[in-house]
Structure formats: structure tokens, C-alpha cells
Ligand binder design. Sequence first.
Ligand code: SAH
Ligand code: SF4
Ligand code: F3S
Length: 449
Amino acid sequence: MAEKLLYIKSYGCQMNVYDSQRMADILKPLGYALTSTPEKANLVILNTCHIREKADEKVYSDLGRILPYKDEKMVLAVGGCVAQAEGAEIMRRAPYVDLVFGPQTYHRLPEMIARAHRSQDKKEGVGRGILDVEFPVESKFDHLPQERNDLSVSAFLTVQEGCDKFCTYCVVPYTRGAEFSRPVEDIYKEARTLVDKGVKEITLLGQNVNAYHGLFKGQEWGLGKLMEHLSTLKGLERLRYSTSHPRDMEEELMRVHRDVPHVMPYLHLPIQSGSNLILKAMNRKHTREQYLDLIEKIRSFRPDIALSSDFIVGFPGETDQDFEDTLDLIQKIRFAQAYSFKYSPRLGTPGAAMENQVPEALKAERLARLQNLLNQQQQAFNEACLGKVLPVLFDRMGKKEDQYLGKTPYLQSVYITSNTPLLGKCTDVLIEKAYAKSLTGPLQSDQQN
Ligand code: SAH
Ligand code: SF4
Ligand code: F3S
């Protein structure tokens, strides 16, 4: 079969990265090989993100950049969350797009591509676009190939998808659909394929990954049990998971953090705001006190756990006092790192229709203060590692010659220059320097020589 070139660009979250990889897996048997630029590609897929306005608008500017290369041989497709949310709008604003499909229908890509080619042959021209943004009853996972390609040391695996929580700022429940958990056996099989191909670390993904409740022989298993089971895979060294919700943090999961060495001491647990009034308006269904108690409990199981979170500043009605409450919560908890965003009103979500929208300039000012505090905490967390010996899993080459990049159990980046190959190795490093976003130091083995 003649080789065809496939260009995929992923926007947004890790789940989109996973989905893009699976699209490539589906298309490989049809003769598509990945390429890193869109110019000569036979198929271009933009796997989009709708979470904030900026991410959304990027799609249209990228489409405009690709348009000059589009000839009759190129099929241009838009997938992901923007496609799901505003598929018809994409076809109106960019009528040269051939395919629009959502996160739950990409297993039908081969069929959609064949249809696109058929209509191209008939020279139906503009307006021939195919739109598939259904939420099918059948799960796409039942139609994805066993095979996984283009893997590195660390891989993603989606175990749970969708969200039933409807936070008032968020589009995800509308773009990804209802909460769904894959059966344990399916996940185990996929994880085994990964490990057989040399993967050492797996990050289990879900919009609310700790709400996982997949079936095993008729019984429902939570995320903790699932990870304990996966840890029996020979060759697998590390397990991570993302993203969790404070309401779904079960004790079993905390226990696994203590008892299963494969499960890394890192937890991304978004709170969004430290003000109870704002949490209520956001429909988070938890208070700041509940979050603080939860953190205390998690730390009692795993005292060294590195904590991460997401914050939104400038949600409608956020006063100076609400914002101060957020800063105060951050001071109390001490995060190893965190993500923070200015509130972006999303059409169709309740937040966008609320009164008391916060002016952009004030959002920017609050974001800068918040990020300043979070950066200080990250630096302090990194400095606390000075003089310690940490196991680092090297998963990437750096930009410089013989430079390797890896991660500590706490998800800090470590850079090292070494003549011996380190890729895929988990090796002890003596941390000698701590920077804002990374660490470095000699290999422990070099020290002993
Ligand atoms: N499922 C995850 C996060 C999904 S989106 C959870 O519940 O935590 C990732 C992050 O984007 C969110 O945690 C939130 O901080 C941010 N986000 C979502 N919608 C947003 C919006 N409208 N404006 C700004 N940030 C938003
Ligand atoms: Fe969005 Fe809230 Fe669901 Fe997270 S829990 S995906 S923030 S609606
Ligand atoms: Fe974006 Fe969809 Fe992920 S909106 S953050 S790509 S779930």
C-alpha cells in the first residue's frame, strides 16, 4: 500500500494527546504514517480544545495557515471538543474543512475519510463537509485497535471519560458527554500492550479519573483497586493518574498511595477557588474546609505527597475578599506546583450568563499575584529536595548533546548530561541544584565510583 502522510495537531488536555495517538493507531493499517508538518500531508487532523476562548480561537487561525496547502489530495479534518461544541459553526466559518467529528466518534474515521474521498471524486466542492458529532451508544473503545504505536517511556491510557458534575464555568460535560468507565480487563490488556512495548510509566486519564468505577467480573472497582491490579504488570515501574475531583477522593485511593510503590506520590486535585461563596457559585459541591480536611487526610496516608491544583481567578462575583481567601488557602496547603487561569466565559454555560462579570484588567492583576505565590511555593518545594537522592525516570532526550530529561516521583523535571544511555532507565540522582521549574545533579552511581 502506498504510504500516505498524516499530520495531527493536539490542543488542550492530555486526553486529547491520547485520542490523537489512537487516531494514528486506527489510521496506520490504512497506510497513514505520521508527519510533523501539514504541508505535504494527505490527511490533516486538528484535535481541538474548547475549554477557554483562546484555545478555541486558535483553531481558526491554524485553519487559515493550513488553507494555502490544501489541494484536492488533502483531506482536512477538525476533531475534538470545538468540533463537538460548534461543528456547524466550523463548517460555516471554514467551508473548506472536509470532516468534523467529536471526541466520541473518531473510531469512525476510516469510514468518514472514505466518504470524503468519494465526494471529492464527484467534485462536489464547497459544502461537501461531513459532520459526525453524535454521542453513540456504543463505546469507541470497543472499536479501537489493540495495537498502540509511536510510544515512548511514559504513556497515557484513558480509563474514564466524560463528566456529570456541571461546574458552572465548564464546557467539558457538553463536549465529552456523560461519565463512563472502561472495564478493568480492557484497561489491563491495553496496559500490558504498552508495557510489552517498553513503556515504564503509565498515566491513567479521565476528566474525573478518581470517579472511576469500572467492572471486574460483575463487581465495580474504584481507581485504587485498578492501580493495585495494574501494578502486577512485570516491567511497569510507575503509575500516575489525572485529573481528580475532591468529591471522589476515596480512602482506598489514599491507601494505595501508601501501600503500592508503583503509585507515585503526586496528586493533582483542582479546587478552583478558596472562597466558599465562589465554590458554591461554581457548583463545585465542596467547601474550602472539606478540601483542607481532605488534604490533611491524604497527607496522613502519604506525608511526602506532592500536591497540585487548578485555580480560576475572576469568576463572576469574585470580590477582593474571595480572592484573598484563595491566596490564604494556597498559603495553608503549600503546593508543589499548580495551574491557574483567568475565567473565560463560555457560551452555553451558566457562568457566562451571570451578572457581576469581573473586568479583564482585574482578572489579570489577580492572576499575576496568584501565580507569583504559586511560583514561590514551587521554588520552595524544589529547594526542599536539595541534598536528597531521588529516583529519576528518564523519558526524553534534552536539546543539548548527551542531555537527558526525566521526572522525580514528585513530577519535577530533572536535566542531566551523561555519556551512558539513560533513556527508559530509572536511576538515583543526587539533587544539587534546584531551579524554578527543574532540578539537576549527578547520578548517584557516579558519586560512588
Ligand atoms: N476535570 C478537571 C478539569 C477540566 S478542565 C476537573 O474537574 O478538575 C481543566 C481546568 O481548566 C479546570 O480545572 C479549570 O481550572 C480550568 N477551566 C475550565 N473551564 C474554564 C473557564 N471557563 N475559564 C477558565 N478556566 C477554566
Ligand atoms: Fe469541568 Fe467541573 Fe467536570 Fe471538571 S468536574 S470537567 S471542571 S464540569
Ligand atoms: Fe479541552 Fe476538551 Fe480537554 S475542552 S481540556 S480538549 S476535554
